[in-house]
Design a protein around this ligand. Structure first.
Ligand code: SF4
Length: 203
């Protein structure tokens, strides 16, 4: 018989800890569950944990998390009031010497881990969801998407939830040219401000 579906965040963490729905649990240090208040009004969904997140067991605590923190603060969103999670809850990487290089999760892994994202949404019931990057958007929309086509206005997910689509903050870390970086950061900030406006409207 299937295990019961968790109805609390504690129960969800316990269930995710023993998840074997895809092979990614085998090489990761630990599962990285979503984090935030049960009644958070905004759900932020990234791609997967990075190296630091995998070691610490918490989402968005590495370099991309610092970019996110700065942008959230500038958009007037208190990180303590949002629920932060990932489309895929285990770190996928390739070992190169001592380094662990990020590898993008595939369609199967995203689809299998979507189970947990759905449960997070059911428990937290946020009025606004922000997809950080293509993997998160794909998971939430249930199909591959082109980010640029979905940015600038909220889109409806198949379950009716409102989703703001933007880039993943790690993308900003990879841009070398200062001018390009500043332009992309401004776009990221504009997307987060759109999320903040939707929150204000939903209040
Ligand atoms: S990545 Fe998701 S589906 Fe795969 S084992 Fe981890 S928690 Fe389970």
């Amino acid at each position: 018989m299937d295990d019961p579906i968790p109805t609390t965040l504690k129960g969800l963490v316990d269930a995710e800890t023993s998840c074997r729905r895809c092979p990614l649990y085998r090489d990761a240090t630990q599962v990285v569950p979503g984090e935030g208040p049960r009644r958070a009004r905004m759900l932020l969904v990234g791609e997967q944990p990075g190296d630091q997140e995998d070691r610490q067991g918490r989402p968005f605590v590495g370099p991309a998390g610092r970019v996110l923190d700065r942008a959230l603060a500038e958009a007037g969103i208190d990180r303590q009031t949002v629920f932060v999670t990932n489309a895929v809850k285990h770190f996928k990487f390739e070992q190169r010497g001592k380094r662990r290089l990020h590898k993008k999760p595939n369609a199967h892994e995203i689809e299998r881990c979507h189970w947990w994202l759905d449960i997070e949404k059911a428990i937290v019931r946020p009025p606004v969801i922000v997809a950080l990057g293509a993997t998160a958007a794909r998971s939430l929309m249930g199909r591959p998407v082109t980010l640029a086509k979905l940015r600038g206005a909220p889109v409806a997910a198949p379950d009716g939830s409102r989703v703001v689509v933007t880039i993943h903050p790690s993308y900003l870390l990879r841009i070398r040219a200062a001018e390009d970086k500043a332009r992309e950061y401004a776009g990221f900030l504009a997307d987060l401000k759109l999320g903040a406006r939707l929150l204000a409207d939903a209040a």
